[in-house]
Every structure is written in structure tokens, then in C-alpha cells.
Design a protein around this ligand. Structure first.
Ligand code: PEP
Ligand code: MN
Length: 298
């Protein structure tokens, strides 16, 4: 029995035949990953991809400073939220369109491809005009009209795992995008709510899912150690562990290391400095994507 078959209810070949490795075993033999191209960056080859940037775009200066830091460390892409899914409607919601314009401008200046979240199916085209990759956040993993819209739109999608989603539900969400003809999907494990999440870390980083996904799908998978831990001092070890466990990339939140820099408006506790990012990138660059997980299940 497959890993997911044992762990989840339902047969993946029925729920998500389009993204299921077993229905494409000719094209995607064991260990072979579908490559997703975002401009010059490739997810799914032997080099893990590092995406880094602020949680939220707060100003042009902040975004440009952090983009230069990402580039200087050897990072591959810039992240930053313009539309933020906040627990309270009274909290900072992101700069919206102005944030997208900043990201676009900073991307053009630094040459870094941009990924940013889209929350509203009506805004997919607008966000897509400015971004190179559309992020579906954890809270929207099962927003089916949004998945259909990004599927139709066709630009690469970063599909984060719902914070309580099973592997089956996650791949079902990917299937909605693929059903519209868009296979440019990168999965992102970002920690799940499980006992004892919240006690010493924000969520529980599920590294076991990387091996299970490697068996069940050909889509590339990256890890977000920032939301998974919620604690800046845990991000470096979580990043290393994720790469050792076979992650095909990392999505990391950073903030300025300058003493006079403003505190980030969102997720300040998990933001690492560019100096720590540099150590992580150095580690990542020494590692090729690990495929032992797939072999072990053969
Ligand atoms: C983010 O990456 O900006 C974010 C909000 O993460 P998540 O959807 O995983 O909570
Ligand atoms: Mn964040």
C-alpha cells in the first residue's frame, strides 16, 4: 500500500489522477520530479531554490534593501506579501496594489523573480501582472474558486499546505489547478497545527511529508521554515533539516539587520537577518536535492 493510502482516506488515483505519480509512472519514474520554471529559476532539478524576503511589503526602501540582501547572499527569488491574510481585520492588511507595484519595480531592478500571495479569485489577473509566481496561502489551500482561477491563469503557483491539511487534501487542491491545464505547481510545507504547536514553536514542521510526497506526486516540494517554527532562532536548523530531508527549496522571511530599522509589521518574531540567510544559502548551495526518501520506499 502507498504511504498516503495508509495514512489518508481515499485513493489518490481517484482524487488526484493528474498530479499522482502512479498514474504517470512512464513519464515520471521513481525520483523524477516535474520541473517548474519561474523565469530563469527552476524548481525540481538537483539544486534547491532559496526564496527569501519580507513577510509583507511595507515600503519601497524596505523591499529594495531586503532584495539586495537576498541577491548578495545568492538567493534565487524574492518573496513579499502585498495582500496579507491576517487573523484580525484590525491588523495591517498589506499595501495591496501599491505593494505589487513595489515588488515589480524591485524585481526589475534586481533581476529576482517575484512570488506573492493572491487571496481573491477576482484579483488573480491583477496580481499576475506584477508577479512571476502566485502564492496560495495556507488559509486558502481549499479555496476552490481561487484554485480554479490560478489554474486557468497559467502562471506558476506556489501552493502552501493548509495548516491542518492531510496529504490527500493538499494534492486534491493541486489537482484543481492541474485540471485547468496548469501543471506549474510547487508545493510548500509550512508547518501544521498539531499537538504541541504553539507551545515552543508556532506550528509543527512535518518533514515526513517530503518523503511521502516524493512517492505520491511528481510535483516539486519546498519548505517554509519561517511559518513552520515562528521563531527566528529555529529557522536555520529547520532549513538545514528540510534540505537534508529532500526539500527542493526554502521560503524564508527576513528583516533588516540594521539596528535602526523599523520592526516588521507582520511576523517579526520569525524574521531572520540577512547574515543568517547567508549561512543558510551557503549550506543549501553545498547540497543537491536528496532523493533517498523515494528510494527507501521502492
Ligand atoms: C506567507 O507566506 O506570507 C504566509 C502568510 O504564510 P502561510 O499562508 O503559510 O501562513
Ligand atoms: Mn509571514
Amino acid at each position: 500500500m502507498s504511504i498516503a493510502g495508509a495514512a489518508a482516506s481515499g485513493d489518490l488515483r481517484k482524487i488526484c489522477p493528474l498530479v499522482c505519480r502512479r498514474t504517470h509512472s512512464q513519464e515520471y519514474a521513481e525520483g523524477v520530479t516535474h520541473t517548474v520554471h519561474v523565469k530563469h529559476v527552476s524548481f525540481g532539478d538537483e539544486h534547491p531554490v532559496v526564496i527569501a524576503g519580507p513577510c509583507s511589503v511595507e515600503s519601497y526602501e524596505q523591499t529594495l534593501e531586503l532584495a539586495h540582501a537576498v541577491k548578495a547572499c545568492g538567493g534565487d527569488m524574492l518573496r513579499g506579501g502585498a495582500f496579507k491574510p491576517r487573523t484580525s481585520p484590525h491588523d495591517f492588511q498589506g499595501l495591496g496594489l501599491a505593494g505589487l507595484q513595489i515588488l515589480h519595480e524591485v524585481g526589475a531592478q534586481t533581476g529576482l523573480p517575484i512570488v506573492t500571495e493572491v487571496m481573491d479569485p477576482r484579483l488573480v489577473e491583477q496580481v499576475g501582472e506584477y508577479a512571476d509566481m502566485l502564492q496560495i496561502g495556507s488559509r486558502n489551500m481549499q479555496n476552490y474558486p481561487l484554485l480554479v482561477e490560478v489554474g486557468r491563469y497559467g502562471k506558476p503557483v506556489l501552493l502552501k499546505r493548509g495548516m491542518a491539511a492531510s496529504l490527500c487534501e493538499w494534492l486534491g487542491a493541486a489537482e484543481y489547478i492541474a485540471k485547468e491545464g496548469n501543471f506549474n505547481i510547487v508545493l510548500c510545507e509550512r508547518g501544521i497545527k498539531a499537538y504541541p504547536s504553539g507551545e515552543y514553536s508556532r506550528f509543527i514542521l512535518d518533514l515526513n511529508v517530503l518523503s511521502a510526497l516524493r512517492q505520491e506526486t511528481f510535483l516539486p516540494v519546498i519548505v517554509d521554515p519561517s511559518h513552520a517554527t515562528g521563531v527566528a532562532s529555529m529557522v536555520e536548523s529547520a532549513s538545514r533539516s528540510a534540505i537534508e530531508a529532500g526539500a527542493q527549496g526554502l521560503l524564508i522571511e527576513i528583516a533588516s539587520g540594521r539596528a535602526d530599522a523599523a520592526r516588521p509589521k507582520c511576523d517579526a518574531a520569525q524574521a531572520i537577518s540577512p547574515a543568517v540567510l547567508e549561512r543558510i544559502v551557503e549550506f543549501v548551495q553545498k547540497h543537491e536535492v536528496q532523493t533517498m526518501g523515494a528510494r527507501a520506499y521502492a
